[in-house]
Design a protein around this ligand. Structure first.
Ligand code: SF4
Length: 124
């Protein structure tokens, strides 16, 4: 089927690994120092990982791909267990235990922001 899915530009990928934890489905893993979508049926194409990439290596493309497999993604999540990301809000330093964190892009930077600080960032 034709659908949206994450595309990784290996030339731009610097191997930082920042895109791995935001992917709740576990579709992205590091292989030989480069990020890879291991199973296209694990990528829902939502693009939550895009904002955390400091090099612009991640984009969304529309192409022929296996359909997203929700049951398989849940199984992968169960295997990995609950993961607390080691990130804090770039404005107030809240952890994900304090408030939901969202990866964003602003003025050429990748940042994590908590939902409490997001309105001020949006509205100034
Ligand atoms: S965040 Fe970007 S540069 Fe870092 S590993 Fe993922 S694709 Fe590569």
């Amino acid at each position: 089927m034709k659908r949206t899915i994450v595309k990784i530009d290996e030339e731009l990928c610097n191997g930082c690994g920042k895109c791995v934890t935001p992917c709740a489905e576990g579709a992205i893993v590091m292989v030989d120092g480069k990020a890879k979508v291991i199973k296209e049926e694990l990528c829902d194409g939502a693009g939550f990982c895009l904002a955390v990439c400091p090099t612009g290596a991640l984009t969304i493309e529309e192409r022929e791909a296996k359909p997203f497999d929700h049951a398989l993604a849940e199984k992968e999540q169960e295997k990995r267990g609950r993961q607390i990301i080691n990130e804090t809000c770039s404005i107030c330093s809240a952890t994900e235990n304090d408030a939901p964190l969202i990866p964003i892009r602003t003025k050429g930077d990748s940042k994590w922001v908590c939902v409490r600080c997001l309105p001020a960032l949006i509205h100034g």
